[in-house]
Design a protein around this ligand. Structure first.
Ligand code: CA
Length: 227
């Protein structure tokens, strides 16, 4: 999952990144509103953590920009401003959640998972799809009750495809989602195909069905199948 942290308090931003990355999130940081705005235009994020008090920007204006640009990232406002006004304004504008500072990183993580689930219409921490059971909290995938030995990247790619089920997801979208900015120079590489191949093989070890479809020259689609 690709996250943008918009926060001018560098130590806090770094602390969030340091906590989230080992938990399987890829994080970009923007210490100013200007940088955040550029990153929002250039990339697509699953979740944006938005501090309202930025040196050069009002966070609310950034939120308005995202809405104008029809960015479909979920937004969690992080703010020391405890004014009810800001909270209401943010939520009215379409932010998905509001977390007052100081907050615990564990709480932040659970809010991130919650807004992501809500955005995709998932209730609870479990996704049941085709023959798969995915535990989003524990990051485990079972196929017909056998746990699949997925690597972190394979898990991330699978969940991303599942959340966008029955839709074609391009290689670029997968790169952005999994690797964030880093991949931009070399997203044409066959990394993704290798991961998909391994993923497909691990599912095939447990199931006859093949629901990971390759759309030649474009990307991949996870198809829902009736059993
Ligand atoms: Ca601030």
């Amino acid at each position: 999952m690709h996250i943008l942290i918009v926060e001018d308090e560098k130590p806090l931003s770094d602390e969030i990144k340091k906590y989230l990355e080992p938990e399987g999130f890829s994080c970009d940081e923007a210490y100013t509103g200007r940088i955040a705005s550029d990153k929002l235009w250039a990339n697509s994020y699953d979740v944006v953590l938005l501090d309202l008090g930025l040196p050069d920007y009002d966070g609310i204006d950034l939120l308005k920009e995202m809405i104008t640009a029809k960015k479909d990232s979920a937004v969690i406002i992080l703010s020391a401003r405890s004014s009810l006004d800001d909270k209401i304004k943010g939520l009215d504008l379409g932010a998905d959640d509001y977390l007052p500072k100081p907050f615990s990183l564990l709480e932040l993580k659970s809010r991130i998972l919650a807004v992501t689930r809500r955005k995709h219409g998932i209730k609870g921490n479990l996704i049941k799809i085709n023959e798969l059971d995915i535990d989003l909290d524990k990051r485990l995938v079972f196929c017909k009750e056998h746990q699949l030995p997925l690597t972190r990247k394979e898990y991330d790619i699978l969940v991303f495809l599942v959340l966008n089920k029955n839709r074609v997801v391009t290689r670029l979208q997968i790169s952005e989602h999994i690797w964030g900015d880093i991949i931009e120079e070399n997203y044409n590489s066959n990394y993704i195909d290798v991961h998909i191949k391994n993923l497909r093989k691990k599912i095939a070890d447990q199931s006859e069905a093949d629901y990971l479809e390759t759309i030649r020259g474009v990307g991949f689609r996870f198809n829902t199948v009736d059993f």
